[in-house]
Design a protein around this ligand. Structure first.
Ligand code: ZN
Length: 476
């Protein structure tokens, strides 16, 4: 057991930070609330980026880049947007030693600057749809921060699309939500619930916000991606109109959507254990590490040469590393790679060499298996997808075990504390009940699931009629 990692059962919040530190993923920066993403953490983000980027491009989106600075007057053009974001904006008032004529906002999100440009780019229905994504950093002045989950500056992608009809914009919003769900489940091995946010939880300036919600190991929810139907709000604020097929001027319909480095936090919280990080193979920068065990040069040379021949064409199949460092003992190396979450470790010592076998160790279960060398490549090729599936299933079973129906508020107040989890409850749709729920229990309505069916019941709080259940949980 790694001594430098607090147990999950002892102190979950401390455990999370210990895992990050032991795996060398990130560090706090000199400016409070900012984060340094270390190479191990950044490599995970790059894996996420490349998978998502391909999914965006496969569905017709292209990348562009817009400036970090936004004129203050732009942020003020959409009333709800400014109300939502003004309190957490960083504002630049001076540049080059002089006071600026107009303060600049460091982007908290880019709708305003992008729609100011779309005004020039969109004139006719032939210019639509416009499907643009940008990979960027944003700044939101957060007071309570936590590495990856909530930091003042974070990395993300933000898609901003423009459409000729409301229907097209809604189709796009849902299409992206499905991409996020596929990415979370197929790559991160994190089961998520796609759903509609309530008005209270909606993005500032959106008509409808959808999100995917995952359950972490402390049974709290983590919103892991959002997709917004912005209606014509930004088109009206920036006067973006197009001539439709009948020659009439109409305001453009918009969407925006994003996922961020918060996903790295979700990944850590969903799968890691008391020994450190656990990574699903599809997101692991290194999938397999090979640790040779030798004493003296006469043992070393034949083992290294065997490893070389074994792994000759592996680069086409796996991301692997050979840890042949001289100045560390094998036991130290095992521990180190466990902390960093490498899904599979292979050990080869002199006795294994004699018997033409290796030891294969799974990071997720700790299971050890002796595998004949001539079967190794085939074995690893099957093991990696199996680990991927097992991690997903484990997370799904955990989530389902902590997913309850509840119709009694007194019972809910107890159960949200212990055992805690996701609760499906009836809600009348009123803001007062939603506010009261949060005040009294610290739990929030995470979403109205997209696959909901009509079910008649009584609001958990006020007892009035309700037609469907919503998902309630404590959240990050
Ligand atoms: Zn109610």
């Amino acid at each position: 057991m790694a001594k430098d990692i607090t147990k999950r059962s002892e102190d979950y919040a401390r455990w999370y930070l210990d895992v990050i530190s032991a795996a060398k993923l990130a560090d706090y920066a000199p400016v409070k609330g900012c984060m340094v993403i270390r190479p191990n953490g950044y490599a995970i983000w790059e894996k996420m980026q490349s998978a998502l980027d391909k999914m965006f491009k496969d569905t017709g989106h292209v990348n562009a880049y817009f400036p970090l600075f936004i004129p203050e007057s732009y942020i003020k053009k959409e009333a709800e947007h400014v109300k939502g974001f003004a309190p957490e904006c960083a504002v630049v008032t001076h540049g080059g030693g002089k006071k600026l004529e107009e303060p600049l906002i460091v982007r908290p999100t880019s709708e305003t600057i992008i729609w100011s440009m779309y005004k020039n780019w969109i004139q006719s229905h032939r210019d639509l749809p416009l499907l643009i994504n940008q990979w960027a950093n944003v700044v939101r002045w957060e007071m309570r921060t936590r590495l990856f989950l909530r930091t003042m500056e974070f990395l993300w992608q933000e898609g901003h699309t423009a459409h000729a009809t409301d229907e097209e914009a809604e189709t796009e919003t849902i299409k992206i939500l499905e991409i996020y769900k596929t990415f979370a489940e197929d790559y991160m091995a994190l089961p998520v619930i796609p759903g509609l946010k309530t008005e209270k939880e909606r993005f500032a300036g959106a008509v409808r916000t959808y999100a995917i919600e995952g359950m972490m190991q402390d049974r709290r929810a983590l919103q892991s991606g959002t997709s917004h139907n912005l209606g014509q709000n930004f088109a009206k604020a920036f006067d973006v109109q197009f001539q439709d097929e009948n020659g009439e001027l109409q305001y453009v319909w918009a969407t925006s959507w994003g996922v961020s480095t918060r996903l790295v936090g979700a990944l850590i919280m969903a799968h890691s254990d008391d020994k450190g990080l656990v990574l699903p193979p599809k997101i692991a920068p290194t999938q397999v590490v090979i640790v040779p065990i030798w004493r003296g040069d006469e043992q070393k040379a034949p083992i290294l040469s065997k490893i070389e021949s074994l792994t000759r064409n592996w680069q086409d199949h796996f991301n692997f590393k050979i840890d042949d460092r001289e100045n560390y003992r094998p036991g130290w190396k095992f521990n180190e790679w466990e902390k960093q979450g490498v899904p599979v470790r292979i050990e080869i010592g002199p006795k294994d060499l004699e018997k033409d076998q290796v030891v294969v160790v799974r990071r997720d279960t700790g299971e050890k298996e002796l595998i004949k060398m001539d079967q190794l490549q085939e074995y690893i090729a099957k093991l990696l997808p199996k680990i991927q599936d097992d991690l997903f299933n484990k997370a799904r079973i955990f989530r389902d075990q902590h997913f309850y129906l509840c119709d009694d508020y007194e019972q809910f107040k107890k159960e949200i504390e212990e055992p805690a989890g996701f609760f499906k409850v009836h809600w009348c749709g009123k803001r007062t009940c939603e506010d009261r729920l949060q005040e009294e229990t610290k739990a929030t309505i995470r979403c109205i699931p997209l696959d909901n069916t009509i079910e008649h019941g009584k609001c958990l709080l006020c007892g009035e009629e309700s037609n469907e259940r919503v998902v309630v949980a404590k959240a990050y």
